[in-house]
Design a protein around this ligand. Structure first.
Ligand code: ADP
Ligand code: MG
Length: 585
């Protein structure tokens, strides 16, 4: 009897603080969100001693009068929702009325605030959640909240803080996230007395990202044009294919302005980048989604990081479609110069890959050269443009083949700058897509072996092959299980003619066991990737005609920028980049 007690307010706040205030970065996040909810157009954020010294957020938002200021420090005091029904459609960042009292309960806390219609402001000082003093204060319109000695009275929590470097990284991330969520709000970030960045209000996310990440990185982003699908609007920026990172440090999702994590969002990204990511690499993603607030539940996690979608798969599809469209559009931009080029000269565009005669005839197996389409040579000649009545301007948009570097790379001049192309990667991409198209059309040419080969593979490799017989046959393999442990191979895809069937299948099995699943790719892609890799040898194009053919063929691929393993095929150095490097700007 008498064992159950209602917790004193301060203790209850400290318990809540355990959930809301994990570390200095969570304090900064809550304070910045309050400022944004108060309509701030400009924020100053100052941090000292990795956040345990000082955390201060100053805004030019609506401010509070004395009554509201004191009220705001009470538990479950919020101006943002009034009834449970409001919860279903919250538009503000906050709504739990927990942050201020929680933070105040575990720190030395000062609130200074003044509403627009008041001559002076209020200053409230708290220590460990207890009000120490309230006084008038001369201060500008808006609110400043200062948090010192975080966790001074909860040593257990203080012990759990990580190194200063780690806490600082979390702070940086939290502030960066707000900067990207609200490009239109000016943001000055100071750390230990020095400005980390001072971002002016930006008109677009792209402008904000350029300010935040620097001009070098700006050139690697692609715009995701705003598109709507099933009531979900998606827009933002993604990195160009082939430009990836080892971590997810540049992935940000915002739903109705709130930074969130959700498995459907990451799945949408993974699906869009299928086939163009190396395992363990991640694209950069800045995506803003807006949708009916009733379709998303933000009240799942005390810090509101995780959200739940009413229709997760619809959100996933919207993300995937938006990214795919951006990748397609980027590809069209790459292609435009070449199409202009071809159209100007009205040359026959040979889509089909023509194999070297010896392979087509294939009376004897011959190691095939890398497969290159037969396309008429098309070197830029302004005179020809005039003949065709096309403005000379068109030639400026063409890729000019400058030459080859050590037979590995091709050098191209494009409208936007210098392009370096990796020949082997380009070949792999071309073959990979050719196989995809072939499979879709049900016709990949196969080449019969002079006599069938029967052999055994190690048990796991055997199993993989046996499980994927139909995919393999779709890719031009004639292979069957022959008795218990043996395989019989009668045919190979045409451009693998002459290869050792055992090695080809072993390579496929390695590919499949080693990472195909991590790719989120099906068996079909694993086969195609292995085949494309095997078929391409190191030697590059032999002459200018082959070089041109390679470029043309590459640029008619769906995803010309990276090979099937996600490594870049082309690297672009924009004029802006070059000028900058040479100090011309
Ligand atoms: P919530 O944000 O969930 O409402 P908080 O504890 O974070 O709860 O804030 C409590 C209340 O204090 C808010 O609802 C708001 O009315 C007021 N408030 C907090 N910070 C500010 C600020 N920077 N400017 C104006 N009002 C604020
Ligand atoms: Mg809040």
């Amino acid at each position: 009897m008498g064992k159950i007690r209602v917790l004193p307010e301060v203790v209850a706040s400290q318990v809540a603080a355990g959930e809301v205030v994990e570390r200095p970065a969570s304090v900064i996040k809550e304070l910045m969100e309050n400022s944004l909810d108060a309509g701030a157009r400009s924020l100053e954020v100052e941090v000292r001693g990795a956040g345990t010294g000082l955390l201060r957020v100053t805004d030019d938002g609506a401010g509070m009068d004395r009554e509201d200021a004191l009220m705001a420090l009470e538990r479950h005091a919020t101006s943002k929702i009034a009834t449970a029904a409001d919860l279903a459609s919250v538009q503000t960042m906050g709504f739990r009325g927990e942050a201020l009292p929680s933070i105040a309960s575990v720190s030395e806390f000062v609130l200074r605030t003044r509403p627009g219609d008041a001559a002076s402001g209020t200053e409230a000082e708290l220590r460990g959640g207890k009000l120490v003093a309230v006084r008038d204060a001369g201060c500008p319109v808006g609110t400043t909240i200062e948090v010192k000695s975080l966790f001074f009275n909860v040593p257990a929590r203080r012990k759990f803080l990580r190194s200063a470097a780690t806490e600082t990284a979390h702070l940086d991330r939290a502030i960066e996230t707000v900067a990207l969520a609200f490009p239109g709000v000016a943001l000055h970030y100071l750390r230990d007395g020095r400005t980390v960045y001072r971002l002016p209000a930006a008109a677009t996310l792209a402008a904000r990202a350029a300010e935040l990440f620097g001009a070098e990185e700006r050139d690697t982003w692609l715009e995701v044009a705003e598109a709507e699908s099933n009531g979900i609007r998606v827009s933002g920026l993604i990195s160009q294919p082939g430009i990836t990172r080892a971590d997810r440090g540049r992935q940000f999702f915002f739903v109705n302005g709130r930074a969130v994590e959700n498995v459907f969002l990451s799945t949408g990204v993974r699906e869009a980048y299928r086939q163009i990511l190396e395992p363990g690499r991640h694209p950069s993603i800045l995506l803003h989604l807006s949708m009916d607030p009733r379709a998303v539940d933000c009240n799942v996690h005390p810090a509101k990081r995780e959200v739940r979608f009413r229709h997760g798969s619809v959100v996933r599809d919207a993300v995937r479609e938006a990214i795919e469209a951006a990748l397609r559009e980027a590809r069209a931009r790459w292609l435009r110069p070449v199409h202009t080029h071809v159209a100007v000269r009205s040359e026959p565009r040979e889509e089909r890959v023509v194999l070297p005669a010896a392979v087509q005839g294939a009376h004897q197996p011959e190691l095939p050269r890398p497969v290159i389409p037969e396309v008429a040579s098309a070197s830029p000649a302004p005179a020809a443009d005039k003949e065709q009545g096309v403005a000379p301007r068109a030639t400026a948009e063409e890729f000019r083949l400058v030459g080859a570097l050590s037979r590995r790379y091709l050098l191209l001049e494009g409208a936007e700058g210098l392009v370096l192309l990796d020949q082997r990667a380009a070949h792999q991409r071309i073959l990979f897509e050719r196989l995809q198209r072939g499979v879709a059309g049900g016709a990949v040419a196969s080449q019969r072996l002079l006599s069938p080969e029967v052999f055994e593979l190690p048990p796991r490799a055997h199993e993989v092959v046996a499980e994927n017989l139909s995919v393999l046959s779709g890719a031009g393999f004639g292979v069957e299980v022959f008795g218990g442990r043996s395989l019989k191979v009668e045919a190979l895809p045409d451009f693998l003619a002459g290869r050792d069937p055992r090695r080809v299948l072993e390579d496929f099995a390695d590919e499949w066991l080693g990472g195909a699943r991590a790719h989120g790719a099906g068996a079909g892609d694993a086969v195609r990737r292995a085949v494309a890799r095997l078929a391409v040898d190191e030697a590059g194009a032999r002459d200018e005609r082959e070089q041109r053919a390679l470029v043309t063929q590459l640029l008619s691929c769906d995803l010309p920028y990276c090979d099937p393993d996600g490594r870049p095929v082309m690297l672009q150095f924009s004029w802006r980049d070059l000028d900058r490097k040479f100090g011309r700007t």
